[in-house]
Design a protein around this ligand. Structure first.
Ligand code: ADP
Ligand code: MG
Length: 370
């Protein structure tokens, strides 16, 4: 689902209040009844509320839910995007939105700019979109979720990613500087780089390999496993060829029950990639789980930074379900009707893993939105 910011500057203060009211009402109501929207918005006079409702529905920020026992609306992902962007705009974190540079499995990545024109990366988490056409068996847990709960999960992913990036950056890890977070969005430094997957020449593969392995060990010594340490999530600076690690929603503590498996998988991903791409196989085995010497506690520190254990568990449960379903090669089930509402975060575009950042570094022209 694309981020379409065209309508953002036409919304009135009342429209924003009504949009916020729909979001608040969604916490307890799958379909927010119109009188409740009116009540939460605190606006006097039904006509103003109705006018805003119709404005918002016209641009797809809320959607009327038919077939409900009562007349009501729900927030769409577009509406949530606007609320998050508006927060960033008010905090002066974002001034304009530019090109989309990546479509991940569960995120959309845009280049944005602040008022001075400084470019940043906006990562919009969109959990739930891979889970319908691609998942065959055993999907009750995923299917029974409604759009609101996907939005909640996406928000947890953004909160987690931001919290982890902060402690990692503060501890000197090569990660983009986290700048801001609102709802399901993370704003971070733009790294002038290509994902390792796309880099055609690496001057010194053994050095980069060694750097990456020592990074995995350094994460672990601080109590963390990246959990998705692969050629898509490692950016390589064009000039310095220094690696920068991204993508943290699945990061776990080394006390996690599956930590060893994740650690081994991270190591193996790098080995496989270097062998396939550069024909490089290290003389040294490992690193292995036994090599991990825990000296720090970033996993504990991150809990204190606003992402609680309970939230971590909720998100982890979801991510594990996804991982379980992903393992066999995904088959597309063409023509299957899932009966989802139009913006339920289903796969509205053909998602290809490989396309993450395909457009990579391209002209990063921005459209003003304020
Ligand atoms: P996902 O969780 O969907 O995989 P990622 O965080 O891995 O999302 O980002 C997807 C792609 O977006 C990356 O492969 C990269 O091309 C681009 N990207 C993400 N963050 C940055 C950044 N800070 N600077 C430059 N490019 C980025
Ligand atoms: Mg990624």
């Amino acid at each position: 689902m694309k981020l379409d910011t065209r309508a953002i500057r036409y919304l009135t203060a009342e429209d924003w209040r009504v949009l916020t009211a729909v979001e608040m009402g969604s916490k307890n109501h799958e379909v927010v009844p119109t009188p409740l929207i009116s009540q939460i918005s605190g606006l006097r006079g039904a006509s103003g509320v109705n006018k805003s409702i119709s404005n918002l529905a016209k641009v797809g920020l809320i959607a009327k839910v038919k077939n409900a026992k009562y007349d009501g609306y729900r927030l769409t992902y577009g509406g949530l995007d606007y609320l998050a962007l508006n927060t960033f705009i008010k905090r002066n974190s974002v001034y304009s939105v530019g090109n989309q540079v990546g479509v991940g499995k569960e995120s959309d990545i845009y280049v944005v700019a602040d008022e001075s024109g400084k470019q940043r990366i906006l990562k919009i988490h969109r959990l739930g979109r891979i889970s319908f056409r691609t998942v065959k068996a055993n999907r009750d847990y995923l299917r029974n979720r409604n759009a609101a709960s996907w939005m909640y999960m996406s928000r947890l992913a953004a909160m987690k990613e931001f919290a982890f990036m902060k402690v990692l950056k503060d501890s000197g890890f090569p990660v983009p500087t986290p700048i801001d977070q609102a709802r399901h969005c993370v704003l971070m430094e733009l790294i002038d780089s290509y994902p390792l997957r796309q880099v055609t020449t690496i001057a010194d593969p053994p050095k980069l390999y060694a750097d990456l392995m020592s990074l995995i060990l350094r994460f672990a010594s601080e109590g963390l496993i990246h959990g998705d340490f692969n050629e898509f999530n490692i950016l390589v600076h064009e000039e310095t060829q220094e690696p920068v690690v991204i993508d943290f929603p699945q990061m776990v503590s080394i006390d996690h029950p599956n930590a060893k498996d994740y650690f081994d998988r991270d190591v193996q991903c790098i080995k496989t990639f270097f062998e396939r791409k550069f024909g490089f196989v290290s003389d040294e085995g490992g690193p292995s789980w036994q090599d991990v010497k825990r000296t720090g506690k970033l996993d504990v520190q991150v809990e204190a930074s606003g992402f609680s254990k309970k939230q971590a568990k909720e998100l982890d449960k979801y991510l594990q379900q996804i991982a379980k379903h992903e393992e066999p090669a995904e088959e597309e089930e063409e023509g299957e009707e899932e009966g989802e509402e139009e913006d339920a975060p289903a796969d509205d575009e053909d998602q290809e893993q490989d396309q993450a950042g395909v457009e990579g570094k391209q002209d990063r022209h921005s459209d003003n939105i304020t």
